[in-house]
Ligand binder design. Structure first.
Ligand code: C2E
Ligand code: CA
Ligand code: CA
Length: 759
């Protein structure tokens, strides 16, 4: 016979019979019962046929003659066929076309939900069960099997009364019978589960080859499978990824803590998902959305990790773009209202925390509508872009310039110090610069546009609350600026506005004063232990036609801010040198030194050394009689160049005094390196030196320091005899102050000069 086998994947524990044409004895051979997973259904059929035929035709006499062994074999065979998980059958097709199942094993109940008697004479009940879509296929396959004498193989569906549909696989070997019938011996089994499993495998395989990159690692994290999308996204073909760990993709953008959190989440929750930066084979770092799931076996032990990843570069880009649109003005790329308000809020909070001042500037282009109306919106847009560029150039680090909409721009200067009037002048400097820059002509294509802007300014501080309130204040100030004829700025705060006007007036007056020679020099005597005049300090005075005699505190700071200190300082130095020259001609005054105050702004200018030497040379004054007074604040910036400049001048004989000593923050190491001649104890220590032991200690320490550094020490602001005596007792032997003489015009020094003059 021909060997036919098929497989019981799901039921390996059943005994199998393997060959066609075997005898009953063979079939029942015990070693076969347990040997393999293969069942030869036709063999069972043949054996049954023999056995059953024998049974049917037996008479009582014959039966008695059977050996006990045969009877036992038959029982065993019956038991066996009935226990087989499937239907063992004989199917008979008669020449007249009728059909029946002369034999059907117990399995018919499970497989077809019929009993053997239902179909023993007529197979109609069987055909009635077959799914209508499959009936013709079943019939025609039987037909061709009968014609060609080839095994009948067919997989078809049955549909039960309750609507359940099951898949049945049938296989049978045909055999011709003399009367023209065809008889099949075969086996049917339910393959529904198998088909479902195959189907889910197919679905899984399709899913695996999805748009998402998928890789599977074993429990040790070794990659054992990747799909095509994985290779497409990461650039690693399967053969390069297999056997590696996912570390292959590390971008280096995440720290150990990131991976620790990921591992903990997988360990505890069995999964992790999130955004992660990975590196492609070509080195490109890209963002991906990664989903890792642990696969566990029945005992809960992790056997694999399945990871799916999708490239979210595009999404990130889109997000960034949306973010940009949400916070930036598309025309000018400046922050928009939303971002600006956000930053303003932060600045307010920070100002409140640190007790500092900031400023809000609100500006609006003058007559912008005219440009738009007469030259079109394209030109208008171009102007707005140029304006944004220029405003950005005026911005210092930390400042924000934004466009609120239309031709309205705002700027926020978050930290202008802790003093209100200083903050106001800081704001004014930036605001003025902005207005000034917008006053310069704009080239808009072939059009040259002359524009201007108006601005409202308000300060904010720890006292302020709401952003809305601030914007309202700045806007109000802006309207006032517009009312004022535009092209100008206004402070919201009346006293700031007043101070600003005041400063502007003072600056104008200063310029005029310099041009009109309103400045004079006063001289204040410096004496030694015995009260003899040893030098003088030149102190500038401003003889203003209406303001009267103006003291330097009023205008030195402004002069420094506006740069007017340069011409003023040069003038003072020239006056001082001219005076020195005169004194050098008279033996009575030839020894006097003349101290001149030099502002930090002046000293830091590139031409200071050159200017000073030139002035000395032009005047013919002896450089060794000139003493420049510098303050400690000078040392804050560019120490090396300060020392170099001092050395250059020192080489020509010019002396140096460190003014206001003790109020700054001289470090001893710097002090040692400076080519100084004198320390000048600040007058603030003198005021209380007699009552405050701390001040007395500072005076004492300064004298000691001066001695150890080989420097002269002079005290300024000496107003009483007691102060003078105290200083003397501490070893300070030079004095300056009202006790000896106020700053006076030159003539006022006569008294000292007379004293000096023995004639
Ligand atoms: P400073 O260099 O510390 O000058 C000493 C100041 O103390 C002078 O004020 C002087 O009039 C004042 N003074 C002198 N003796 C006494 C005293 O016994 N008691 C009191 N209470 N005060 C006394 P002044 O002239 O108003 O000058 C103020 C500041 O202006 C100076 O401080 C100096 O920093 C600056 N200054 C003055 N003239 C010039 C100048 O020509 N150029 C520069 N850059 N700054 C100058
Ligand atoms: Ca001084
Ligand atoms: Ca001083």
């Amino acid at each position: 016979g021909v060997e036919r086998t098929f497989h019981f994947r799901k039921l390996p524990s059943y005994p199998m019979i393997s060959a066609v044409g075997m005898t009953t004895r063979h079939i029942l051979a015990p070693h076969l019962e347990t040997r393999s997973r293969v069942l030869g259904e036709a063999a069972v059929g043949t054996a049954l046929l023999l056995a059953l035929a024998a049974t049917a035709s037996a008479n009582a006499l014959a039966e008695r003659r059977r050996t006990a062994e045969q009877r036992k074999a038959l029982v065993q065979l019956q038991t066996f066929t009935n226990r087989v998980p499937g239907l063992v059958y004989e199917y008979l097709q008669r020449p007249n076309g009728s059909a029946a199942f002369p034999f059907a094993s117990e399995g018919i109940r499970d497989i077809l939900r019929l009993s053997a008697t239902d179909v023993a004479d007529d197979a109609a009940a069987f055909f009635a069960l077959i799914h209508p879509d499959d009936v013709s296929a079943v019939r025609s396959s039987l037909q061709s099997s009968a014609l060609a004498m080839t095994p009948w193989e067919c997989e078809y569906r049955v549909r039960f009364a309750d609507g359940t549909v099951r898949w049945i696989a049938a296989k049978a070997i045909p055999q011709r019978v003399d009367d023209g019938s065809t008889r099949w011996h075969g086996f049917m089994s339910d393959t529904t589960e198998q088909r479902q499993a195959a189907e889910s495998l197919r679905i899984a395989a399709t899913a695996f080859e999805s748009e998402e990159g998928v890789f599977i690692t074993d429990a040790q994290g070794i990659i054992i499978r990747v799909n095509q999308a994985f290779s497409r996204i990461t650039g690693y073909p399967a053969e390069e990824a297999l056997g590696k760990t996912p570390g292959l993709l590390k971008s280096g953008r995440h720290d150990a803590a990131f991976y620790a959190v990921m591992r903990a989440s997988i360990e505890q929750g069995g999964a992790w998902q999130g955004e992660i930066w990975n590196r492609r084979k070509n080195g490109e770092v890209f963002p991906e959305w990664l989903n890792i799931t642990a696969v566990k076996d029945e005992s809960g032990t992790v056997t694999h990790y399945v990871s799916s990843l999708s490239d979210i570069t595009r999404r990130k880009q889109a997000e960034a773009q949306i973010q940009n649109l949400a916070f930036y003005d598309p025309l000018t790329s400046l922050p928009n209202r939303r971002l600006f308000i956000d930053r303003l809020k932060q600045a307010l909070a920070s100002a409140a925390r640190h007790h500092r001042y900031g400023a809000l500037l609100f500006m609006d282009l003058d007559h912008f509508k005219n440009l738009n109306d007469t030259h079109g919106h394209a030109r208008g847009d171009m102007l707005l872009q140029r304006v944004a560029e220029r405003l950005n150039l005026c911005r210092r680090e930390g400042d924000t310039v934004a466009r609120l909409g239309g031709d309205e721009f705002v700027a926020m200067l978050p930290d202008l110090g802790s003093d209100a009037s200083e903050a106001a002048s800081g704001a004014e400097v930036v605001a003025t610069k902005m207005i000034e820059t917008l006053r310069q002509p704009f080239e808009l294509g072939d059009l040259v546009h002359h524009g201007s802007a108006s601005m409202g300014v308000t300060l904010f501080s720890f006292l302020d609350d709401s952003v809305d309130e601030l914007l309202k204040r700045a806007e109000l100030a802006l309207y006032q600026a517009k009312d004022n004829g535009r092209n100008t700025l206004r402070f919201f705060d009346p006293e700031m506005q007043a101070a600003m006007v005041e400063r502007a007036q003072l600056e104008a007056d200063l310029r005029a004063g310099l041009n009109e020679h309103q400045f004079v020099i006063y001289y204040q005597p410096q004496v030694n232990q015995s009260g003899h005049l040893v030098g003088v300090e030149a102190l500038v005075r401003w003889q203003h036609p209406t303001r009267g005699l103006v003291l330097p505190v009023t205008y030195i700071h402004l002069a420094e801010e506006t740069g007017l200190i340069m011409p003023l300082g040069r003038w003072v130095l020239a006056q001082a040198c001219a005076q020195l020259k005169l004194w050098s001609l008279d033996p009575a005054t030839a020894e006097l030194s003349l101290a001149v105050n030099v502002s930090a702004v002046q000293f830091h200018s590139d031409t200071f050394v050159q200017d000073t030497l030139a002035t000395l040379a032009e005047s013919g004054a002896p450089p060794s009689r000139l003493k420049l007074e510098l303050t400690e604040s000078l040392m804050v910036k560019d120490m090396e160049s300060v020392i170099e400049k001092m050395q250059l001048l020192k080489a020509r004989g010019v002396g140096f005094s460190l003014d206001d000593f003790g109020t700054g923050y001289s470090s001893l190491s710097y002090l040692k390196r400076l080519p100084l001649d004198q320390l000048k104890i600040d007058q603030s220590f003198l005021h209380e030196a007699l009552s405050n032991p701390k001040d007395a200690a500072i005076v004492r320490a300064t004298v000691a320091l001066g001695k150890s550094l080989g420097l002269m020490v002079i005290a300024e602001g000496v107003e009483t005899r007691a102060q003078r005596d105290f200083l003397e007792s501490e070893g300070c032997l030079h004095y300056q102050g009202f006790y000896f003489g106020h700053p006076t015009p030159l003539a006022g020094l006569g008294r000292f000069l007379v004293v000096q003059d023995p004639a």
